[in-house]
Write a protein that binds this ligand. Structure first.
Ligand SMILES: [Zn+2]
Length: 258
């Protein structure tokens, strides 16, 4: 128990080592504004400005968040606490390295809507899923033209050799007005801006028993060819998270900016 506690403290799960803006925050904010032109006009380093004239603070001034606080109480700069690297070969992330898993919820509900608020589901369109392989259609949000990005993904996936189809078909869903299991945080599925591919070949950290040192061993069967196509069209992959979710892809172009 003492050893586990010590390892948690030194790893940052309990210690307050998160919250300070990354050194390249200006570039990150540039990427954020560029990623969502439908909604954002500009930033001045301290605030981002929306097309409706409202502003949103970049920082809450806190620099001593634990990892749990980072997840549950992030601000905008915290979304860039971990760098997302679209590497060629999927590899085990460093402990707690969860690029994209930190989401400032008011930012996303302002763009995509809040399905819990009585305004109903987000606006969606039907996109053919691996059309030549009979994958049916998926419903995905039209906000930020995510439906067009996913249509491009689907068309490219459809051209992969047959051996890849089993990972993709049947898909395991897009829109779902729900919180992330065991948390108060809305899933990106609630924004209809995420897709899960075939659950049969998926690995999820919560389905895994941690090792004796409390760490979750990374597992993955999803081929790089699939990941690369999604990433090129603005979707990040849950397989690049320490808290991995290898069937999960969500639209987060701000994290993929070069
Ligand atoms: Zn998912």
């Amino acid at each position: 128990m003492a050893a586990l506690l010590l390892s948690l403290l030194t790893s940052g799960a309990l210690a307050g080592q998160y919250g300070a803006p990354p050194a390249d925050i200006q570039d990150r904010l540039d990427a954020l504004v560029a990623a969502y032109p439908e909604h954002l006009i500009s930033h001045n380093g301290k605030e981002i400005t929306w097309r409706d004239g409202t502003t949103m603070a970049v920082s809450d001034g806190r620099t001593d968040k634990s990892f749990t606080e980072l997840l549950n109480e992030p601000d905008i700069d915290d979304m860039f606490a971990f760098s997302y690297r679209a590497e060629n070969t999927p590899s085990p992330p460093r402990r707690f390295h969860d690029p994209g898993r930190i989401r400032y919820e008011p930012f996303f509900t302002k763009m995509y809507g809040d399905c819990r608020s009585g305004q109903g589901p987000p606006p969606q369109a039907s996109v053919p899923w691996l059309k030549s392989r009979g994958g049916g259609v998926v419903r995905i949000t039209t906000v930020n033209d995510v439906h067009e990005a996913l249509a491009s993904v689907s068309a490219e996936l459809d051209r992969l050799p047959n051996k890849f189809v089993k990972f993709l078909k049947p898909n395991s869903g897009t829109y779902n007005c729900r919180r992330i299991a065991g948390t108060k945080r809305l899933s990106v599925h609630a924004f209809a801006a995420a897709i899960d591919i075939n659950v049969k070949y998926a690995h999820y950290w919560k389905w895994t028993k941690p090792g004796q040192d409390g760490t979750y061993p990374w597992r993955n069967r999803i081929p790089q060819e699939i990941v690369e196509i999604f990433e090129r069209h603005g979707f990040i992959w849950g397989g690049r998270w320490y808290h991995y979710d290898t069937m999960h892809f969500e639209y987060r172009p701000e994290l993929l900016a070069k």
